[in-house]
Design a protein around this ligand. Sequence first.
Ligand code: GDP
Length: 478
Amino acid sequence: MSAISYIEENDTICALATGMGRSAIAILRVSGPQAVSIVDGIFVGKKRVAHMETFTAAFGSIVDEDGRFIDESIVLVMRAPHTYTTEDTVEIDLHGGPLVVRSVLDLLIRKGARMAEPGEFTKKAFLGGRIDMTEAEAVMDVIDSLSKSALNASMKQLKGQLRDKIIELREKLLYETAYIESALDDPENYSLDGYSDKLDQTINYIKEEIDKLLRTADEGRLIREGIRTVIVGRPNVGKSSMLNRLLGEERAIVTDIAGTTRDTLEELVDIGGIMLRLVDTAGIRDTDDQVEKIGVDRARDALNDAELVMFLVDAEKGLHQDDLDLAGQLGGKSVILLINKIDKISTDSPESGRLEYIERLTDALKAAEVNSLKEIYTSARTGQGIDLLQNTVREMFFNNELGNEEDGLMITHTRHKEALVEARASLDRVQESINAGMGEDFYTIDLMAAYESLGRIIGQSLEDDLADKIFSEFCMGK
Ligand code: GDP
């Protein structure tokens, strides 16, 4: 990493490592050459921070320049190089709220630290050679993870599985290039007889591995960004109520007047570890009201993009021509049909005595060639059927009806995907050269291009601005 030099590399940085606000304790992190001496200057305890051994903690008080008490605190000293940033690092646990946190940060800054840039702790870890780019990005995902699946995928990536695979593929490419170079230099000792066929096979293997990684890219996106889900149905069937029920709080405005959900709302919902990006749409129907019309257009767009459709009908009102029309638009979609307001139906058990009109609707959906179809009786009002709905979503996800984790190894970044696509294109060119009977020296250029492309995934040929761009996405204090 010596090629990248940052003027501010030797600064001592500080930041709040825990979330601002509600948490019972707040942890400040100070990292850099002055970390120990700066904290030593503001901490009064049984021991001097400067005399503490690495990985030991001490209890005491944080005091300002005038000796005024700010908060009780535990400090944890971690000395270089065995720290996350590879520099001296001190953690300060505070018990006070945002005001105390603010004044301790101010105090640290007056003593010579500076506020960390977002992601700067991880950037230091990267620059110190502690972690590589895939791991650094995974840290960012861990910070950002909104669902357990995302967390899992990120953790696996963090453990370097992706890196190991990329390193394996790059080694093969390097070996072949070196072999060709050697053979051209020293034909007496290295033979190229029949070499092209062997190289062709190796390239096929690498391409297959790249394809496997590429296939996971969409699922990686699904897990990171959530499964795009829309709730559709006629006005007043309970779409907003269902969204609120799934969110567990009142978010959308629920009213009795048809057409009141005028815009689309987007919310992330964690359903047992599966993240849905839920779009609540205005009732899809033709309308003359201009404002409402905008909502309807957006609803149509959302429907086109959707990976999962929750289609609500009103159990009490029964089927409407609009429902059948809507069914006709759902070809290729994964659909969960929700027969809502089941609490209004007096029949003892609607599950056993299937509502007769539902059959007509499911027939229409099948005729439209939906990708998959589930049917659940719900009440957004009482919560009936909501557990079943959540289990169904999970099941569909794990049965690959919505996308699934493959081998746990997953491409979750567009940057990785682009690099893989490029590497694959270079390998195609090598095979074209082989088929065209070109000389071996032609192969090496494209082999090395593929090597370089793959290297970008693990930060091997990284431009500074790219590093900065990625690290600036990190949260403060990590
Ligand atoms: P939207 O127009 O489809 O978004 O429908 P809303 O969510 O605004 O609901 C319309 C009306 O139906 C409101 O008065 C809701 O309280 C009511 N409602 C929604 N779901 C249920 C349900 O499951 N049972 C009953 N009884 N009423 C419901």
